[in-house]
Design a protein around this ligand. Structure first.
Ligand code: PLP
Length: 392
């Protein structure tokens, strides 16, 4: 299997074409090596590492992450993943019977379940704005979300980059419109850091949570939750620990509650900042260059796949970040789902060594596949996918 020169920096299997960075990310070898050393230190001196000198390693990482996403460190805490960030907010916001929680039909299933649970507890209602897919313009997203707001809407869960449909939502338009209507915005930015530029202080949603183990390439378990200063008071992690009555000089109550939620391996949090720094030096133009390269590749790859397989692109190129979702060819539509993983996804992996996710979207469901582009990918990877899809 031919790979580009960046591929050597990743621990990915060399006999596979990995086109699914989006699901769980992939961590470079250099960061994994640092993580192994941190774990060695943790096991050598557990109390020193996890307790006495915990903040010494946490704080520099928090500062680097905060700078990367345009935030003040005091407004940002680490969480293990975006699912945890979403759950923290939904379990903390005061809700009453009859309130409405707004989301879209492009939301992530796990986060949708968290919304349903929060609503069920108090007799609130989940309202789903239907954003069309395929779509022609980002305004269709804004229009559909705003049309679903009522005077009972308390909170809106808005994806920054959608999972199945791979769209960059125009959140710079959506957030201020919702906040101006008195709706607290919870942005699910699971895919955003590293894929699109972020300035949370300027965007100013009520809450923003995101993964660092996806497009920043930090070790698994690195994510953050940011909360606007006026929203931090009642915000609790899903798992309550010492923070509620254990203040630390120099830390906010918000940080005290989230910085420790029970014994765990914090090495991914400690290395999130280093992952930002390490990735940055991989491209001569730093993160701006990485984002541009990945976006350029996804545009080229999508054009190649559309031309080779006769597909209609379901959204404008301007709505893509580093992922793109395309319909499967007509001859593969209409086949029923057989199990947890689609048969064709298994065949692409087993017969062609290609890792790519297949999804069903809409009602009635139409079948799609989603490509991801990270620095270790290049155009021949997508040529191979086109060949594979043409042959299965
Ligand atoms: C939009 C979105 N939200 C949330 C998540 C959940 O991420 P995690 O499993 O790391 O919590 C994902 C994962 O793919 C996602 O795509």
């Amino acid at each position: 299997m031919q790979h580009n020169s960046n591929f050597r920096h990743w621990a990915l299997a060399p006999d596979k074409v990995f086109l699914n960075h989006g699901s769980f990310g992939a961590c470079p070898k250099a960061i994994l090596k640092l993580q192994a050393e941190l774990r060695r230190q943790m096991e050598a001196e557990p109390v020193q590492f996890l307790w006495r000198r915990y903040e010494e390693r946490l704080e520099p990482s928090r500062h680097l992450v905060a700078r990367f996403v345009g935030a003040k460190p005091k407004d940002l805490v680490f969480v293990t993943n975006a699912t945890t960030g979403v759950n923290a907010v939904l379990r903390s916001v005061p809700l009453r019977s009859g309130d409405e929680l707004l989301t879209t039909n492009h939301d992530y299933n796990a986060c949708h379940n968290a919304l349903l649970e929060a609503a069920r507890h108090v007799g609130a209602k989940v309202v789903t704005a239907v954003v069309p897919f395929p779509l022609r313009h980002p305004d269709e997203v804004v229009k559909s979300i705003l049309a679903a707001v009522s005077r009972r809407t308390r909170l809106a869960l808005i994806d920054h980059v959608t999972s199945n449909t791979g769209l960059v939502f125009p959140i710079a338009q959506i957030v201020p419109e919702l906040e101006a209507r008195g709706v607290a915005t919870l942005v699910d930015g699971a895919h955003a850091p590293g894929m699109v530029p972020l300035n949370l202080a300027r965007l100013a949603p009520s809450y923003y949570t995101a993964n660092l183990h996806k497009w920043v390439c930090a070790p698994k378990g690195a994510a953050f939750l940011w909360a606007r200063a006026d929203k931090q008071a009642g915000l609790q992690p899903p798992v309550v620990s010492h923070g509620n009555n254990t203040p630390r000089p120099g830390y906010t109550a918000f940080q005290n509650r989230f910085d420790w939620t029970g014994t765990f391996d914090p090495s991914a949090w400690f290395l999130a900042g280093e992952a930002i720094r390490w990735m940055e030096q991989l491209h001569p133009k730093g993160w701006r260059g990485i984002r541009k390269a990945n976006h350029g590749l996804v545009v080229a790859a999508r054009r190649l796949l559309c031309a080779r397989l006769g597909l209609e692109p379901p959204c404008p190129e301007s709505m893509l970040g580093s992922m793109a979702t395309l319909p499967l060819p007509d001859r593969l539509q209409g086949r029923p789902k057989t199990g947890k993983i689609e048969t064709e996804q298994l065949r692409l992996y087993d017969e062609f060594g290609i890792e790519v996710p297949l999804v069903r979207i809409g009602e009635p469901p139409r079948r799609y596949f989603r490509i991801s582009c990270q620095l270790y990918n290049s155009l021949p990877d997508y040529q191979r996918l086109a060949e594979g899809l043409a042959r299965i």
